[in-house]
Design a binder for this molecule. Structure first.
Ligand code: SF4
Length: 271
């Protein structure tokens, strides 16, 4: 992947890892569980596997990790990604602000990733104003289709609210980026979503497929099974290559590992 000149910084530098390590060097979290309840959530799948929760529904209850408040975050040149296995919500916001301040005060750079509640972002922008240069917001918006988002992410803010949170952070002078991973719909929807969001993005827009959806989504539900099959068809290689062809020259676009893997199979495609 080639870094493009207008977005070449510590947050966007080329990393060799996959998943969260494509974005940051260190993962940090302050709680277990997430009321957003995304059907494809990898953190819920892992929590079940390692018996940190006993049912899928238990994931919807947040349990704060109070011990993290005592953690020391010495100044480092590495980027910390926060959070990676939960979200910042109205109910854990105060706790997250304390943890973020502990990271930022020594001078660390923090990538704040969220399906954002507007009220949370307004508060974060106000509380963390002094550390603006150390923060990059990355908001997950996999589609601007309200119905599609409410199916896959039933407890998360609507795409309209996330869009307004992005606009707010941008207008407050923060660095902003978007994760369109996972894409929740087809190639056409991804292109429209990209065009709609990019005006409020100062950094990068990362695009990726929904990974391992058959192991993460509860396939015992016929509705889920229908939607998974539908998404697999919509995100087949041919459609992904159409998307790459359309957006490959956009300087803010970055392809996540799932799309790079498709591109690699077709060496004639220039990304
Ligand atoms: S917002 Fe993130 S952590 Fe929360 S349920 Fe969705 S994918 Fe999981």
């Amino acid at each position: 992947m080639v870094l493009k000149e207008d977005t070449d910084n510590d947050f966007s530098k080329d990393r060799q890892g996959t998943g969260t390590y494509e974005w940051a060097d260190i993962n940090a979290n302050a709680c277990l569980g997430c009321p957003h309840g995304c059907l494809y959530c990898y953190a819920r799948t892992n929590a079940l596997r390692y018996k940190r929760i006993s049912s899928r529904d238990e994931w919807l209850i947040e349990r704060l990790n109070l011990k993290i408040l005592d953690k020391k975050w010495p100044k480092s040149n590495k980027v910390i990604m926060f959070p990676t296995t939960h979200d910042i919500t109205p109910t854990n916001l105060e706790h997250c602000i304390k943890v973020l301040r502990n990271m930022l005060i020594p001078g660390n750079k923090v990538l704040i990733v969220s399906k954002p509640h507007l009220s949370c972002i307004q508060r974060l922008c106000s509380e963390l104003e002094a550390y603006k240069d150390q923060i990059l917001f990355r908001f997950t918006i996999g589609s601007i289709d309200e119905g599609i988002c409410s199916f896959w992410e039933p407890g998360a803010p609507s795409p309209a609210e996330r869009y307004h949170a992005l606009e707010y952070a941008f207008k407050q002078g923060f660095q902003t980026s978007v994760s369109m991973e996972p894409m929740l719909h087809d190639c056409h929807d991804a292109i429209v979503t990209f065009w709609f969001l990019k005006r409020y993005v100062t950094d990068t827009i990362w695009i990726g497929k929904m990974n391992k959806l058959r192991t993460r989504v509860d396939m015992s539900s016929p509705d889920n099974e229908f939607m998974v099959k539908d998404l697999e068809n919509k995100q087949c290689d041919k459609e992904i290559l159409r998307l790459v062809e359309r957006l490959k020259d956009e300087p803010k676009v970055r392809w996540k590992d799932s799309i790079k893997a498709v591109i690699k199979q077709y060496p004639e495609v220039r990304a």
